[in-house]
Design a protein around this ligand. Structure first.
Ligand code: P71
Length: 461
């Protein structure tokens, strides 16, 4: 395993407060054993999300100083538009303040009740935005994606037969778009191959259905294509991205990921009529089309971030840093989703804590233990987040996968921080028999994981 050396040096530092075990004990108790309720300055290494948590470069910070805050026609918008067009190749570029607004604009324009939107796996906000319009969000990722131990180079791929069945069964007139999420966040940050995208595109064109990418982590996906797919080793990531997006008709983008910024996003489409409708809606909910809910300086930071994210020295480091964490965990015998994805390592909590049933939140138990022992914040993606009560039977339905996600912010932590994380996980793995489950004391009616309060089931924890 190669130690990934940082392709940047440090010019500004942000001190991290350290806490004692006693302080963390009382903080986590006060937070109802819910890491969403912890003050961020009580955390040593924050792996809650890779979204909006990137460190900007000196060039991006300099870009903030040339922000043109004109209401209409800001020069930063024209720069942003030209950079996005050059990389993504679409005709109309509509800025938004984050990804889910791009989703909202798109879906409120194209969806009717009973419509169906297929995707490899819909991300939560995408699914919620679709279901809000009483339409159906269907996942059609390949079956291999559900086998956490299976090594497959493109576990984000769409199962073409499943997709074809959906189109035939539902009727193409009920499917306003097909989506592909790159990389597939909900399936472990796994990439989609160019061959698969080409096949989906052919099918979509056959039935005259537009193909829209959820492009949040497009650069990471393209780097995996370069690394793993035959015929792409000698192409630049930028060339790979150009080919990939040429198979689609538009994309939604949260620039908080591969835009290397703390806020921002956009929607890009080729269709003139669709763009006009969306732009009118944008004016209603976000702002004038040359700023879309962002300051001019934010647009400048995104333009510069999108250029930097295609730097292959950066991407090599990025992908290898995540892999480095994953491989250290594998070497310690810790069960994780394989292969390691682009932006995060996902621990299989069912295998990590086989003595804790899903009804007692094994994923959350690992998350709490990591904070308590080492000041690290991870996030549970399992029964606390997704279990629900079946309206008919009254029984609780548990998700198939019980995961803990360690998402790595871009350019924020050194490989030494990553080693610290690996050691901390290893330590609690060695003492896993002493970890107990949790019980919910308070929960909201929906999205309960954000505000739930829990209690350990026995005194040891
Ligand atoms: C992540 C996030 C951020 C997040 C969002 C909601 C709840 C918890 C955490 C955001 C994504 C994403 C994909 C594939 C669209 C969005 C929304 N991910 N698509 O993974 O991963 O973007 O946050 O800018 O609105 O922690 P947005």
């Amino acid at each position: 395993m190669k130690f990934p050396a940082e392709p940047f040096r440090i010019k500004v530092v942000e001190p991290i407060k350290t806490t004692t075990a006693e302080q963390r004990e009382s903080l986590i108790k006060e937070a109802g054993y819910n890491i969403f309720l912890l003050p961020a300055d009580s955390i040593y290494i924050d792996l809650l999300t890779d979204s909006g948590t990137s460190a900007m470069s000196d060039n991006q910070w300099a870009g903030l100083m040339v922000g043109d805050e004109s209401y209409a026609g800001s020069k930063n918008y024209y720069h942003f538009e030209s950079v996005v067009k050059e990389i993504f190749g679409y005709k109309h570029i509509i800025p938004t303040h984050q990804g889910r607004v791009a989703e909202n604009l798109l879906f409120s324009t194209i969806l009717k009740p009973e419509f169906v939107v297929p995707n490899n796996i819909h991300f939560d906000t995408t699914r919620a935005n679709i279901e809000y319009h009483k339409a159906k969000a269907l996942d059609c990722v390949i079956d291999e994606a559900m086998d956490t131990d299976l090594e497959h180079p493109f576990k984000g791929n769409i199962d073409i037969d499943k997709l074809r069945r959906i189109i035939i069964d539902q009727g193409p007139e009920k499917i306003p778009i097909i989506m592909i999420t790159i990389t597939n966040n909900s399936g472990g940050g796994q990439p989609v191959s160019m061959a698969n995208i080409r096949q989906v595109s052919e099918l979509a064109r056959k039935y005259n259905i537009p193909l829209i990418f959820d492009a949040c982590r497009f650069a990471e996906n393209c780097y995996f294509i370069k690394e793993r797919e035959e015929g792409y080793q000698n192409k630049s990531v930028k060339e790979i991205a150009a080919e990939l997006f040429s198979y689609g008709d538009g994309c939604t983008m949260s620039a908080k990921k591969d835009g290397l910024v703390n806020i921002g996003g956009f929607l890009a489409v080729n269709d003139d009529g669709l763009a006009r409708k969306i732009t009118n809606m944008l004016i209603l909910i976000e702002g004038f089309p040359t700023y879309g809910g962002l300051a001019g300086r934010d647009l400048e930071a995104i333009s510069r971030g999108l250029i930097e994210v295609l730097d292959e020295n950066y991407l090599r480091f990025r992908i290898n840093q995540t892999r480095y964490l994953g491989e250290m965990l594998i070497q310690s015998g810790i069960p994780i989703i394989k292969p390691v994805g682009g932006h995060a390592v996902y621990i299989n909590a069912k295998k990590f804590l086989p003595h804790i049933p899903q009804s007692e939140f094994p994923g959350q138990a690992i998350v709490v233990e990591l904070y308590r022992r080492s000041g690290i914040r991870a996030v549970e993606i399992g029964s606390l987040m997704f279990a629900y009560k079946d309206a008919k039977t009254g029984h609780t339905v548990y998700p198939e996968l019980e995961l803990v996600r360690l998402a790595i912010p871009r350019r924020v932590y050194t490989s030494m921080h990553i080693q610290y994380v690996a050691e901390a996980v290893h330590q609690i793995y060695n003492e896993r028999d002493n970890i107990c489950g949790y019980k919910i004391e308070y929960e909201a009616d929906f999205l309960r994981h954000f505000t739930a309060r829990l209690r350990p089931i026995n005194g040891n924890n």
